[in-house]
Design a protein around this ligand. Structure first.
Ligand code: URA
Length: 212
């Protein structure tokens, strides 16, 4: 479902149900991790909808045919550390041949601005389709910083997959990266004064890794 010109909300009963389980404060770390992986498969299905295909001659046990295969260079998935790893695990089940990058960003608790501490992505990003993964599009500052950094390598296309977004984060992304489409499970109401999404699900990294 199109939420706005830069955002698609994946409107599916399984996505809604799994997200509700993830939001519950009593959901265990193991359940949260499994649910994030499952939901990421469904988000990834939508995020890869536009991948280009080309026909290749193959032989089935019965006949020859031209059959569609993914065209061109391998997809690149980039996880924003640390919670992006949870989405990456699900997406890799869907596209096991994807190349993988990581960007380490932490949020300065006073300014809420993103500070980079790690950057390792495949060398050849030029012309490749890149999907950036981070569960929470909150202020959008980490997403903007990650996309700024990746754009230096001139990728062919860029998409952003998250579990939850909010209007503030989407507006920030639209202002700085209007060309990047966001695929999410839901758009929540607003940010609180600490930059957390409300009603949200709390700190996605803590819930994923049990560091609460
Ligand atoms: N990061 C999180 O983990 N949760 C939020 O609500 C916002 C940012």
């Amino acid at each position: 479902m199109k939420y706005s010109d830069n955002c698609t909300v994946v409107d599916h009963p399984l996505v809604k149900h799994k997200l509700t389980q993830m939001r519950r404060k009593d959901t265990s770390t193991a359940e949260f991790r499994a649910l994030l992986q499952e939901i990421s498969l469904l988000l990834g299905y939508e995020a890869t909808r536009d991948l280009k295909l080309t026909d290749e001659p193959i032989e089935t046990p019965l006949a020859k045919m031209d059959a569609p295969v993914l065209e061109g260079k391998k997809l690149v998935l980039v996880a924003i550390l640390r919670a992006g790893q949870g989405i990456l695990d699900g997406m890799l089940q869907l596209v096991p041949s994807a190349r993988v990058g990581h960007i380490g960003l932490y949020r300065d608790p006073k300014t809420l601005m993103a500070v980079e501490y790690y950057y390792k992505v495949p060398n050849q990003l030029a012309d490749r389709d890149v999907i950036v993964c981070d569960p929470m599009l909150a202020t959008g500052n980490s997403a903007v910083a990650a996309l700024n950094r990746i754009k230096r390598s001139k990728p062919g296309s860029l998409r952003f997959v998250c579990l939850l977004a909010c209007p503030e984060g989407l507006a920030n992304l639209r202002e700085h990266h209007p060309d990047v489409h966001v695929i999410t499970a839901a758009v929540d109401e607003k940010l609180d004064e600490h930059g957390y999404i409300l009603p949200g699900l709390g700190d996605a990294g803590d819930r994923l890794f049990g560091t609460r």
